[in-house]
Ligand binder design. Structure first.
Ligand code: CMP
Length: 226
């Protein structure tokens, strides 16, 4: 597929006509990155927007002591790096690839002229920002008011439902993640996630191995989220 065709499959560009798509494709870089590449760090100056064509990006924050929280996992068709462009501040978080990833890279000036000319693109960016803020609000509320056992059960149910959507109704749900990543996703420490998983394992709700959690009884797990 050439770049103009790829752009047509990405939500923020889908409404562009052929001509606009071709002209934008000429202004955009297309680059591939290996798994585990750090694209930028929080605090760096940012002058480009990234759009995911293939692969996955982890957006995360970290402390000097080495603790990390995963703010978002972004997939094909999603974009990141818009905040530093919009407010002129440094990057708000770190971004790394979690698998082999291909990105479109749009420089600041091209990003703004695109936004100013296409109302649908402006709407798509505002829509995505609102959705991200809602998710962050949910995370903050959960972190303040819900116990780790609830947060973990909720996240496991959510991820199992993603597996279900992709594969139908399997007998068990395989979630490929490490305990450290899971801790980052729910704003907890790895040790507390490990403790909770031990409880769930003893009750027969999950099985665990090095980088996989298998949910064996989704219905009973759902009851723990209420
Ligand atoms: P920017 O601040 O330029 O660089 C880091 C990027 O991570 C940021 O733009 C957003 O695109 C993205 N980002 C930051 N916080 C979140 C979040 N809570 N959810 C999804 N994406 C985020």
């Amino acid at each position: 597929m050439d770049s103009a065709e790829v752009l047509g499959q990405i939500p923020i560009f889908a409404s562009l006509g052929n001509e606009d798509r071709r002209s934008l494709a000429r202004q955009i870089d297309r680059r591939s990155f290996q798994k585990g590449t750090l694209l930028f760090r929080r605090g760096e100056a940012g002058d480009a927007l990234y759009i995911i064509i293939r692969g996955q990006i982890r957006i995360f924050a970290s402390t000097r002591q080495g603790n990390e929280i995963t703010l978002a996992l972004l997939g094909v068709g999603e974009f990141f790096g818009e905040m530093a462009l919009l407010d002129g501040q440094p990057r708000s978080a770190n971004a790394e690839t979690t698998e082999g990833t291909e990105l479109h890279i749009l420089q600041r000036d091209n990003f703004f002229s695109f936004l100013m000319h296409k109302e649908t693109a402006l709407r798509a960016i505002l829509y995505a920002l609102s959705r991200r803020l809602r998710r962050t609000d949910d995370l903050l509320t959960e972190a303040c008011f819900l116990q780790i056992s609830h947060r973990l059960a909720r996240k496991l149910v959510e991820l199992s439902q993603t597996v279900e959507a992709a594969t139908g109704s399997p007998a068990s749900y395989e979630i490929f993640t490490t305990q450290r990543e899971m801790a980052g996703l729910i704003g907890a420490t790895r040790e507390s996630v490990n403790k909770e998983l031990t409880v769930l394992r003893r009750k027969g709700l999950v099985q665990t191995s090095r980088s996989r959690i298998t949910v064996r009884d989704l219905e009973r797990l759902k009851r723990r989220t209420r």
